[in-house]
Write a new protein. Sequence first.
Length: 650
Amino acid sequence: MKLGKHIKWLRRLVEREREAEIEIMKKEIKSLSGKEREKVGRAILGLKGKVIGREFSFKIVKFGREREIETEISVGDLVLISKGNPLRSNLVGVVTEKGKKYLSVALEKTPSWAFSNVRIDLFANDITFRRQIENLENLKEGGRLALKYSLGGLTPLPSKKINFSPIDKNLNPSQKLAVSFSLGTKDFFLIQGPFGTGKTRTLAEIVLQLVKKGEKVLVSAESNVAVDNLVEKLREKAKIVRLGHPSRVAKNLIDSTLVYQVENSKGYKKVKKLREKIEELVAFRDQFLKPTPQRKRGLRDEKILKLAETKRTKRGIKIEDIESMAEWIKIQNQIAKIIKEISKIEERIAEKILEEAEVVLCTNSSAALDFLRNFEFDTAIIDEATQATIPSILIPICKAKKFILAGDHKQLPPTVLSEKAKALSETLFEKLIQRYPEKSVLLNVQYRMNEALMEFPNKEFYEGKLKTDESVKNITLKDFKIKIPKFGNFWDKILDPENVICFLDTSKSEEKFERVRAESFSKENPFEVEVVKSILEKMFEVGIKKEWIGVITPYDDQLDLLRRNLGEMVEINTVDGYQGREKEIILISFVRSNKEKILGFLTDLRRLNTAITRAKRKLICVGDIETLKIHPVYERFIDFVKERGVLVTL
């Protein structure tokens, strides 16, 4: 495909995905009543709001109610505030805090209607799609070259090994090799970092080595969490600036944000004085009549000012009302002038901070912010590259002369909702590593899990190339000195701290079958929820702490059922929601159990790889092995558990 055609095709795919996301949201808001949407965790009704403070240029509004709130809306989510029909509202904010009976939201404007009996809805983020489309329409040379490499229309230069003196003295040989090649690349380099192999640590070393060479570096990732992890590794080691909404940044890293650095700079004192002046003017302005459409009766502001000057009236408006509205308009014009001046000062300060920064960190989407319009970077380093679509990753790539991608194409791809845009799930990392394997390094020592937990995914997905570091090779729950279980029967085997991999097979139970909710494409399995609950109760009895445990499942409806039945017993999420995370103990509910032996999207083996590599010391799977083993990889996994772990048929 020619480059121009390819870019147009990518643009069409983004449009389709954007339409699908907005359509799903609108459809759900239309088809479900507020109460039904609240039930599925994507709306909260009957809220009262009050302003509880400011955070930079945003007002923080606390929305609460007497009844407890159960919702999947989380800190950092974009939400729609409305009264009546949400689709008629354009009041959008970001969740900054979440409690049992309240949500705090950062809002730029706070209309008076937004404080009593409002609802909050989880909202689709249209800005991200707009930025991707805009970037594709004006694709710079860096982005065009990246696409040419991926299409095979241009051959990249070989990456050379460069000698360097490590800043992090604990890097292993594969990490050093990745750093060395990254420093010696003229176009791009790829770092494949499977679970627990120290990908973030390696990227931090590359950034610091490039800064040492005098380069200006852009660091980005698809999620705020991944960006925060890199900020954590780089702060106080280089001059860094973190872009993005303060509410989406970890609280302990706020001082790295551009907003914080602007507000704490010397030049900001003038802005503070100007803001005080605005407050005085607002108090003074509010003594006069506000020129609302009813009062103005079609007169423009300029006309009202002229009439007041000549002490005349029109359209039956009292002369004192004309004069009062004119005063209001004059003061408002003064306020508008000061706001403009504040913006200019803030822009100048921000530009200076970004100019002096050695490293700028942001999400892929935020790399399109106006702040960066006039900046060019020597290198763009992009983490989570296998979770970002090509249009997303092209945004930071376009800002730099060369790029380094880090990710693992053996784990989950980007989430794509539209069937018509499915092609977006093939990532740039995947295309480049298939074409140019010599331009990549595999980080091959994992520091996360017991060796037995690594054995199956290593053999199945990484050709046996991974090794376990000595520090974690034999870690088990025994290290935590928990009680030896004495429940009798199979529970003692399952909960034995030295048994690191277990499978509870439901295939012989009459209650084992999955079910589908009305109008849902997802699946749920009530019996597996009961089994998971029993495991957790027994675990707590032997002194296992809830923060050590994560429960994961591939299906949204099962997630909902687990959350409703387990409450806050432990952290529960989908496999996709757990990518990049880890816990001491992971429980997996596989859900699928049917007479037809259909596995659905469980056949995407990247989902299996991601699921079974989250645990550090113990993995417990719950599922119907008769359904699962229809697939050869699941069959091999079950055989592995029989051989190396504990398999119990309920």
